[in-house]
Ligand binder design. Structure first.
Ligand code: XMP
Length: 607
């Protein structure tokens, strides 16, 4: 069924494609995802089309085998990033491999275009691209120009338009929250240019989902892994409202990677929500730690954690005696897209609920995931409408593999060759701002121009104002190959040597991390900052600085709306001193640093 006033989003696999759909829906207009090779008939009846970004390079002619007849349709088309470049190319422009940018940019709006109606002359926008448009075709004009930090206009076609053809392009991503007035630009497109009327709401979503759940479950029951996080809790309540508590079994697994006292609190929460009648609990710490002994690689860790969840789940289902059931999961959209879950997206990380065994069960129709189209803010909104108490909805997101992806492991290899190739460039850039930059011999996961980047962090030591620090991070991560993250040293001194410790996921290390995480959460709450911050992972790195015995703790406070992009948060000095005192007091810890990298180029979690 095609709802009137719908926008089609062509998903070229950019991390942001579904975010565009959500943003359009948040404007109250229905949006559907279409694949680039869908037949032209599939594009009939829409009010407009938005073409997403992509990990492919338009400059190299990658991914150009799509339904180009869309350009013959008499409906407005707007492209973002790769989509913008494809539109420029199609109408006689030229795209080059160069002019790469990531992070915030200042845009000067060069005229009063309806896409920018209601906005000022300058806007902060979010860039993440390797390619750029070097020439535009005769029907097009430049309507937005990037400004350098010194205010110099760079005519790189940050925004282009052909009003006669109704074709438009933005090099930046208006769909991410860091483009401050991106919502307004999207609204100008859907209401102003495409002339849509409102056609989507969360109430409508609930009705549609309840019908779908009824149909999919039939007379079976659902067995849901309830971590206590917002997503699985909202999924449990929604399914419970359709099936009733008797046909919904909840399993809470302590995998050994939970926060301090977490499992007891989760069990209490489900009792309070009236879902206690079929609530099961298993402490599977030994099973998970045995499976991970000797494992260092983050993707292998993620796969093993995901597979072990299924083994534990199947084992428990047998013990409880449930046979005809579906596995319920609180999977939300970013979990699927960043695992390469849509056709073209690069695999940034394998989420615990997207391991191959789960993919198989999805194909067999054995999985139910009512929230798979939604983002975190929408899940919270849905939770409120379902009557879940606010304190359960306002918790920071916590990943399924828990502290397992915050406990970095190492083979102890000093990685001398790699570091020797990067350190001189890092030192040169850092010294220009009078600080020291030391590359650490351990890698973490990041995302650059929609591709997974498994690269090294730089430890910055020295005093700098926050904005200068952030500019330095941007210079280091964009100018030095193989650097995707920067951390700021909170311990005293300027370390000269960083040595990796050969170690894996052990109980002792988990206990240190659990305690450090507890201190961070406790301090954020007591300083009334818990709700100001979207998420604050605490990470343990097996790195010793200057021969001091003990590992390194990293604190990563960020703000984000949907977890797809993130910005680091400056914590007040008195809070940093308190954290330093409490964390450096922990046995087994010898240094402390603050992660000050945005996403991209780093991801929120280190693994
Ligand atoms: P990244 O690290 O990819 O994280 O920037 C984005 C958001 O997703 C959460 N995350 C996960 N959530 N299972 C989950 O349920 C996972 O495997 C997983 N990995 C990351 C992360 O905490 C952040 O909120």
């Amino acid at each position: 069924m095609k709802i009137n006033d719908t926008i089609a989003i062509i998903d070229f696999g950019g991390q942001y494609a579904h975010l565009i759909a959500t943003k359009v829906r948040r404007q109250g207009v229905f949006a559907e995802i279409r694949q680039p090779e869908d037949p032209i008939e599939a594009f009939g009846g829409y009010r407009g089309i938005i073409i997403s970004g992509s990990p492919s390079l338009a400059s190299h002619g990658e991914d150009t085998d799509y339904t180009k007849e869309i350009y013959d349709l008499d409906m407005p088309i707007l492209g973002f990033c790769f989509g913008h470049q494809e539109i420029a190319k199609h109408y006689g422009g030229k795209v080059i491999h160069g002019g790469r940018e990531w992070g915030s940019s200042q845009l000067q709006l060069s005229n009063d275009h309806p896409l920018f109606s209601g906005l000022g002359s300058f806007e902060t926008v979010w860039m993440s691209h390797f390619d750029s448009v070097a020439e535009i075709g005769p029907d097009f004009k430049e309507i937005g120009v990037t400004l350098t930090p010194d205010g110099v206009a760079e005519h790189r076609y940050a925004a282009i338009a052909s009003d006669s053809l109704k074709r438009y392009g933005f090099q930046f991503h208006p769909e991410v929250d860091s483009t401050v007035n991106g919502d307004k630009m999207i609204s100008n497109f859907v209401y102003g240019i495409c002339q849509c009327s409102p056609s989507w709401s969360m109430d409508g979503f609930i009705e549609r989902k309840k019908e779908e759940i009824k149909k999919q479950v039939g007379n079976k029951s659902v067995f849901l892994l309830a971590s206590g996080g917002v997503d699985s809790t909202v999924a449990a309540v929604l399914i419970g409202q359709v099936l009733g508590p008797d046909r919904l079994h909840l399993l809470h697994v302590d995998n050994g990677f939970m926060r301090k006292n977490e499992s007891q609190n989760v069990l209490k929460l489900f009792e309070k929500l009236g879902l206690g009648s079929n609530l099961h609990f298993v402490n599977a710490t030994d099973t998970f730690l045995d499976a991970l002994s000797d494992v260092v690689d983050p993707e292998t860790k993620r796969r093993i954690i995901g597979d072990t969840f299924i083994e534990v789940f199947e084992d428990q289902a047998k013990k409880i005696g449930i046979t005809e059931h579906l596995l319920g999961q609180g999977t939300i959209y970013p979990d699927t897209i960043e695992s390469g879950g849509t056709k073209r997206a690069d695999t940034i990380k394998t989420h615990h609920n997207r391991v191959p065994a789960i993919e198989d069960m999805i194909r067999q129709g054995k999985i139910i995931e009512p929230l798979a189209e939604l983002y975190k803010t929408e899940v919270r909104e849905l939770g409120e409408l379902l009557g879940i108490p606010q304190e359960a909805l306002d918790r920071h997101p916590f990943p399924g593999p828990g502290l397992g992806v915050r406990l970095l492991c190492s083979s102890g290899d000093a990685l001398d060759d790699d570091l020797a190739a990067i350190q001189p460039a890092v030192s040169e850039i850092s010294e220009q701002t009078q600080v020291a930059g030391l590359v650490l011999p351990i890698r973490s996961v990041g995302v650059k121009a929609d591709l997974r980047a498994y690269e090294y962090p730089v430890l910055i030591s020295g005093k700098l104002p926050w904005n200068s620090l952030i500019n330095l991070v941007s210079a280091l991560t964009s100018e030095v190959e193989n650097i995707n993250r920067c951390i700021w040293n909170l311990s005293s001194g300027i370390p000269k040597v960083a040595k990796p410790l050969a170690t894996t996921a052990t109980r002792e290390r988990l206990d240190i991390l659990r305690e450090a995480d507890f201190i961070v959460m406790d301090s954020l709450k007591s300083h009334n900052l818990y709700h100001e911050i979207w998420q604050c992972p605490t990470v343990l790195l097996p790195i010793e600085l200057d021969g001091q015995l003990g590992e390194m703790v990293i604190i990563r406070p960020i703000i984000s709306e949907r977890g797809m992009t993130a910005a680091p948060v400056e914590l007040p000095t008195h809070l940093l001193s308190e954290l330093k005192g409490r964390i450096l007091d922990l046995q087994g810890v010898s240094s402390l640093a603050l992660d000050i990298t945005s996403k991209p180029p780093a991801t929120i979690e280190w693994e």
